[in-house]
Ligand binder design. Sequence first.
Ligand SMILES: Cc1cc2nc3c(=O)[nH]c(=O)nc-3n(C[C@H](O)[C@H](O)[C@H](O)COP(=O)(O)OP(=O)(O)OC[C@H]3O[C@@H](n4cnc5c(N)ncnc54)[C@H](O)[C@@H]3O)c2cc1C
Length: 294
Amino acid sequence: MFIKRLPDFEHHAPASLSEALGLLSKYGEKAAVYAGGTDLLVSMKKREKTPEHLIDLKKIGEMKGIHPDGNKGIRIGALTTLGELERSVLVREKLAILWDAVTLMASPQVRSLGTLGGNLCSAVPSADTAPPLIALGASVKMVGPGGEREVLLETFFRGPKESVLEKDNLMKEIFIPQLADFTSGKYIKLMRREALDLALVGVAAFLTMDSKGKICKAARIALGAVAPTPIRAFQAEEVLINQEITEARAAEAGKAASVVCRPISDIRSSLAYRCSMVEVLTKRAIMEAHRRIH
Ligand SMILES: Cc1cc2nc3c(=O)[nH]c(=O)nc-3n(C[C@H](O)[C@H](O)[C@H](O)COP(=O)(O)OP(=O)(O)OC[C@H]3O[C@@H](n4cnc5c(N)ncnc54)[C@H](O)[C@@H]3O)c2cc1C
């Protein structure tokens, strides 16, 4: 498709969250916020979106950074870039499932601009950070004229490119609750090529084992790109809970996951292929997550 030049717009660069919210209220439907711009500016070039006022969030310090919050968990500012997550030792060591996703996204150039908040707010079914964060039990904090509100990420998405984020609100941060002992996870992304590609299927499996590493005490499995929103595969989780993790059990969970997915057939892949790959990759992600705990 022929990509045009950007349409005309007025640029605003607020230095605080309250200033940004003020601009959003002032310009209403005529405004759009952006962080890295790697999604929004492409939509503007395609004329899918033509805001008259662009509100650049990049100068807002209170929406940046990766902050361990005592023994409560980890807070990640919505403006934290994918590159910062990739380079973070804390993310690589404690949130390996999220690190898996970030390192498989886009290119180093796009990762240096694109943000975690932008990936979630775009709300596309294939957003790579959504399944691992859902599997981690993450919540997102939104701020607007009415104050702050926090929702579990798994309830944030409403449909393709739709979420519960109000038009005059901003996503401020993502919160990941403290992880129990003997936990780990794995995110696996199926792409047509090895880099710079969107997920045909994304599977995140996160397990909590007993202290002997034998019995699975808790499991969270989330799927991307196989339904109108990222989804949890509850039936697959139930197959694992209070059971030993074996190849056979993981395969059974994979089958259960393939039943809950509702992919579309499109130019990139057929429905049937996506469902079969959910089965295969769920099994693989469970076994990899289990291996990582030891
Ligand atoms: C070449 C290329 C490859 C890509 N590969 C991948 C990939 O492999 N996987 C993948 O998941 N994505 C991919 N993307 C999409 C994109 O890079 C990511 O979704 C990125 O994380 C978006 O972040 P951003 O800060 O650039 O978002 P922006 O473009 O700045 O914003 C995206 C949307 O979110 C809104 N928004 C942004 N931040 C906030 C906030 N804090 N509060 C409220 N609304 C907000 C904006 O208004 C806009 O609607 C790719 C994009 C390109 C161009």
